[in-house]
Design a binder for this molecule. Structure first.
Ligand code: SF4
Length: 381
């Protein structure tokens, strides 16, 4: 393929609007609104960071469909009048990078209009895929918590959203399916227990129960818990809940570890919600000692929590000491990688046990818990 078709922007926008396409990275904002042309975008960033642990569907798509994703990127660039396109992806995804590099070369060979396409490499940490973190790490601009990425001249679109733009405008397909990862307790699937299964094009509306049955996954234990989405930001779900246009995955875990606490909770703007954290404390059979926000949390006028600088820890000692004073003997956190590291520098010295909201899912998926962050040793590669 190697290029994207020439598009008439108003008609492309109206077809995207009619398709009902929303951002497939999880936010669910109508894509046609993001593409509206009066924002002065100079660059479109294809977000392939996929920073949630266990999720693999975006990177898998790049390994198999990078031409179609770049086609969608080229179309988005034309619609908003941007001259640059950048694919942001973690450096660790070497297979996807190989395919992507070949596609970028084909795209460049085919385009004669001076557009520039490049690949930006990201670190392997959470939440490197947050749109503001992507703009900061790729373009060097930290924008405010309430600001739109357009204030940095950037439009950030998830790679699956770009694939669907290609499908709508080039292949004439409706938006009816979603790529997902199924991970955690997947006994009976025939795959290794710690493997994340990627499913392309699951019809939107298919229930978790139907997906598991189709995969021959053993009916989960009665105390299993489910998330639609990734371990950090997913929504607690039941077996008959449907996959939606923003579901990144189905996570299946066993019960939370019991810890009677009292438990102190620290809320992260980019992690599990306050309600989900309270539910985990309940499931632990614990008493809640107190709840505080990470120092970087900013509450917007509409009540949403945003991080002042996603993934860059402002120090957690104050929050941990405050909860200790309130009687907490354990902590439940939903922190980014960097802040979790900081919590681990102080909480154990105070004799506190530390739980992370993602623990049950990462244990079930055979992944390392979110604790101290370090670069992989050569033996881990
Ligand atoms: S700095 Fe705080 S609010 Fe921001 S991502 Fe890390 S834990 Fe979350």
């Amino acid at each position: 393929m190697g290029t994207s078709c020439a598009v008439d922007a108003p008609s492309a926008l109206s077809r995207i609007r009619e398709s009902g396409l929303v951002g497939m990275g999880g936010a669910g904002y109508p894509t046609w609104k993001k593409l509206a042309r009066d924002k002065g975008y100079s660059v479109v960033v294809a977000n392939a960071a996929e920073c949630e642990p266990l999720l693999e569907q975006n990177v898998a798509r790049l390994e198999t469909d990078s031409d179609r994703i770049l086609s969608g990127l080229g179309i988005a660039m034309q619609i908003v009048g941007a001259s640059r396109g950048i694919v942001a992806i973690k450096a660790k995804n070497t297979d996807a990078l190989e395919t992507l590099d070949a596609s970028v070369r084909r795209f460049k060979d085919a385009q004669q209009d001076g557009t520039r396409l490049s690949v930006a490499l990201l670190e392997d940490r959470y939440p490197v895929g947050d749109a503001r973190a992507v703009v900061r790490d790729v373009l060097g601009s930290l924008i405010g918590p309430a600001a739109h990425t357009s204030s940095a001249g950037a439009l950030v679109l998830n790679v699956e959203t770009l694939l669907r733009i290609h499908e709508i405008l080039v292949e004439g397909k409706p938006v009816a399916t979603k790529d997902i990862t199924v991970a955690g307790i997947i006994d009976g699937s025939g795959y290794e227990r710690d493997t994340s299964l990627v499913l392309y094009d699951v019809p939107i509306g298919t229930t978790i129960r139907q997906v598991l049955r189709a995969l021959h996954i053993t009916p989960p234990r009665p105390d299993a818990q489910f998330l639609l989405g990734g371990p950090y930001m997913g929504d607690p779900a039941q077996l008959d809940d449907p996959v939606t246009g923003t579901s990144g995955g189905i996570m299946i875990a066993g019960p939370e570890l019991q810890d009677r606490g009292p438990v102190g909770v620290i809320v992260c703007a980019c992690g599990a919600s306050r309600d989900r954290l309270a539910a985990i404390v309940d499931a632990q059979g614990a008493r809640l000692a107190g709840t505080v926000n990470c120092k970087n949390v900013v509450t917007l006028p509409d009540g949403r929590l945003k991080c002042a600088n996603p993934g860059v820890c402002p120090g957690q000692a104050q929050a941990v000491l405050s909860l200790r004073k309130q009687g907490a003997t354990s902590l439940l956190i939903s922190h980014c990688t960097d802040c979790t590291n900081t919590v681990m520098q102080i909480a154990p010295k105070l004799g506190m046990r530390v739980h992370h909201a993602t623990d049950a899912y990462l244990r079930a998926g055979g992944e390392r818990l979110i604790r101290a962050h370090r670069e992989p040793r050569p033996a881990d590669r």
